[in-house]
Design a protein around this ligand. Structure first.
Ligand code: C5P
Length: 206
């Protein structure tokens, strides 16, 4: 079977960094599935459509292709909020499913980074991680990252974003953010990136 590692968890838990490092280590491509939801959110808003309308956002999701993902606006704070609003719609999740499966189902394998990689997209993956950290630590990480991108925002506002997104992602009816039963939990609250990557590697190789 292909070599697939799923890395799920809430925003700024460290999962993106861990996924990228594992991908580099094992020489397999990394899917940032959050980027797909971010793209749908931003493109829906840009078209003047309603983020909270399943039909509007689902329509945009059906037209999304990999070639459309290279836009720095998708990395902004506003894009994260738009993403979590469109991510509640089943039509959006279904439309993005094919793109994700196409990425995962190659002979070379993949590292899949997201919220439901181990539960919905690739439950058969042999290695699953669920990465967490306290909301406070995650907010600080995201705040530094946004500052590095030139976004002016207070730490308190970023913490509020994170809490709101956790709540929305965890309580939606379709594919709520939850650890797969067979995922290994990795709490990175007190870990450096190196320590977290190392712990992830040990889990995968165990
Ligand atoms: O990981 P990232 O912060 O880029 O994800 C943005 C948003 O996209 C999340 O808050 C979540 O609502 C949604 N998402 C999702 N399923 C995924 C990846 C992201 O619902 N697999």
């Amino acid at each position: 079977p292909p070599f697939i590692i799923t890395v799920d968890g809430p925003a700024a838990s460290g999962k993106g960094t861990i996924a990228n490092r594992l991908g580099a280590l094992y020489g397999v491509p990394v899917l940032d599935s959050g980027l797909l939801y971010r793209a749908v959110g931003v493109l829906t808003r840009r078209a003047g459509k309603d983020l909270d309308s399943e039909q509007d956002a689902g329509g945009v999701a059906m037209t999304l292709t990999a070639a459309m993902l290279d836009d720095p606006e998708f990395r902004t704070r506003g894009a994260g909020e738009c993403a979590s609003r469109v991510a509640v719609h089943s039509a959006v999740r279904l439309a993005l499913r094919e793109l994700q499966l196409a990425f995962a189902r190659t002979p070379q394998g993949a590292v899949l980074d997201g919220r439901d990689m181990g539960t919905v997209i690739c439950p058969e993956a042999p290695a699953k991680l669920y990465v967490t950290a306290t909301p406070e630590v995650r907010a600080e990480r995201r705040w530094k990252q946004l500052k590095g991108q030139g976004e002016e925002v207070s730490l308190a506002d970023v913490l509020e974003d994170i809490r709101r997104r956790d709540e929305r992602d965890g309580s939606r009816a379709d594919s709520p953010m939850v650890a797969a039963a067979d995922a290994v939990l990795l709490d990175t609250t007190e870990m450096t990136i190196e320590q977290a990557t190392d712990a992830a590697r040990r889990t995968v190789e165990a």
